[in-house]
Design a protein around this ligand. Structure first.
Ligand code: ATP
Ligand code: MG
Length: 352
C-alpha cells in the first residue's frame, strides 16, 4: 500500500515575519496611518499614540499617573476560597507567541508551579532550544540525558525523559540546543507536525495539566505544540505594538484547527509585564480587551524585578518569593486557568 500523501508543509509559508502580509490586518492597526487607525481601532483615536512618538518615547514622568488603577490588589477575598480540587485531567495547554521576550517561559514556569502547589499534577514540556524553562526550574541537562529532542526524533519514550523538580507534583521534560536540530531533521519525516501529540498520548492520563513552552517562532516546533494542545495561552507584553504579530499566530492556529487539530481552543490571552503606574499599560490593557474581550484573563501579571531574578536561582517565583505580587498574580492565574479548563471540559461533556 502506498504511504498516504503528506500535506503541503504550509507552515513554511506562514513561518516567518518576513513574509509580506497579504492583507491588512486589524490587529496591526497601531502601525497604520492615523486615518486607518481611527477606522480600525476600537479605542478612541486620542488614546492611540502616533507611531513616531511610540517608537522613541521612553516612559516619561508625565506618562506616570498619580493613582495606579491597574495595581494588583493584595487582599482579594477570592484568594481565601478553598483551592480547586477538580482538575482537568490530561489537558495539554500550549504557551505561544512568536514574539520574543513576552513572558512565555516565565508564565510556563510560574504557572506550572502555582498549579502544582494547588495540588494538580503538572508536566512542563520545555519546547524551546533555549532551554529556559528547564534552567528556570533549576535543571541542567547533563551529557547524554534524554531531552524532548530525543523524544521528537523517536530515540526515547517520553516517560524516560521526564524529570522531577524541586516543586512537589511538578515534572519537566527538559530541552537544550539539540532541539533546534529537530526542526530540520523532521522536515521530511512522516506526520512531523504530530510528533509531540503522539509522544504525549502515553502520559496524558498521568497528569492533570501538561504545559508546553514554545520558542519565539511559528516554525515546526510551534506547529507541533499547537497540534498537541487542547488549548493555548498567549502572553502579551504590555508595550507598544503589543498586538503585532498576533494576526499571524491566529492564522496559524486557524490552519492547525482546519488541518490537524480541530480541538484547539484559546484558554486565554495573558497581559504580562504590566506597569501599573503608566498610561501606556492602561492603553494596552484597553486595546487588548477591546480585541479579545472575555478571552483576556482577568489576572494580569505585573512587571516585577523578583520575576526576572528567580530564574537565576532556578526557582519559580512562587517558591523564590511567595509573598511577592508576582507570585500572587501567578497563583490567581492558576485558579483562573483551572476554572477555564474545567468549564471547557464541562462544555465538551454536555456536547457529547
Ligand atoms: P523567548 O521568546 O525568548 O522564549 P519569553 O517569551 O519566553 O522569551 P521570558 O523569557 O519569560 O519571555 O521573559 C523575557 C525576559 O523578561 C526575561 O528576562 C524574564 O525574566 C523577564 N520577565 C518576564 N516576565 C516579567 C515580569 N512580569 N516582570 C519583569 N520581568 C519579566
Ligand atoms: Mg521563552
Amino acid at each position: 500500500m502506498d504511504a498516504p500523501e503528506e500535506p503541503t508543509p504550509w507552515y513554511r509559508y506562514w513561518a516567518t515575519d518576513a513574509e509580506p502580509d497579504p492583507e491588512p490586518d486589524a490587529l496591526f492597526h497601531v502601525k497604520h496611518d492615523d486615518a486607518e487607525a481611527a477606522e480600525l481601532a476600537p479605542v478612541p483615536e486620542a488614546t492611540v499614540p502616533p507611531v513616531v512618538e511610540a517608537t522613541i518615547a521612553p516612559v516619561t514622568e508625565a506618562a506616570v499617573v498619580d493613582e495606579a488603577p491597574l495595581e494588583i490588589a493584595l487582599d482579594d477575598p477570592a484568594d481565601d476560597a478553598p483551592p480547586p480540587t477538580h482538575f482537568a485531567r490530561g489537558r495539554v495547554v500550549t504557551i505561544a507567541n512568536q514574539k520574543g521576550g513576552v513572558g512565555k517561559t516565565t508564565t510556563a514556569v510560574s504557572l506550572s508551579a502555582a498549579l502544582a502547589q494547588f495540588g494538580a499534577r503538572v508536566l512542563l514540556v520545555d519546547f524551546d532550544p533555549q532551554g529556559n524553562a528547564s534552567s528556570g526550574l533549576g535543571l541542567r541537562v547533563q551529557q547524554g540525558q534524554p531531552t524532548i529532542y530525543h523524544v521528537l526524533v523517536g530515540d526515547v519514550d517520553i516517560v524516560d525523559a521526564i524529570e522531577p523538580t524541586s516543586v512537589r507534583n511538578l515534572f519537566v521534560v527538559p530541552a537544550n540546543g539539540d532541539l533546534a536540530g529537530a526542526e530540520i531533521e523532521l522536515v521530511s519525516a512522516f506526520s512531523r507536525e504530530q510528533r509531540l501529540r503522539k509522544a504525549l498520548e502515553s502520559v496524558r492520563g498521568e497528569f492533570d495539566v501538561i504545559l508546553v513552552d514554545c520558542p519565539p517562532t511559528l516554525g515546526l516546533l510551534t506547529v507541533n505544540a499547537l497540534t498537541a494542545g487542547d488549548g493555548v495561552i498567549v502572553p502579551i507584553q504590555c508595550e507598544y505594538y503589543a498586538l503585532e504579530g498576533l494576526g499571524a499566530l491566529q492564522r496559524n492556529a486557524d490552519l492547525i484547527r482546519e488541518q490537524l487539530n480541530p480541538e484547539l481552543e484559546v484558554v486565554g490571552y495573558l497581559l504580562t509585564m504590566l506597569d501599573a503606574r503608566t498610561r501606556l499599560s492602561q492603553q494596552v490593557v484597553d486595546e487588548v480587551e477591546a480585541h479579545f474581550g472575555e478571552q483576556v484573563f482577568k489576572t494580569r501579571i505585573p512587571r516585577s524585578v523578583r520575576l526576572a531574578e528567580a530564574p537565576g536561582f532556578g526557582q519559580p517565583i512562587t517558591i523564590f518569593d511567595p509573598g511577592s505580587r508576582a507570585a500572587l498574580a501567578y497563583t490567581r492565574l492558576a485558579r483562573e486557568v483551572l476554572e477555564r479548563l474545567a468549564a471547557s471540559v464541562a462544555a465538551e461533556g454536555a456536547a457529547t
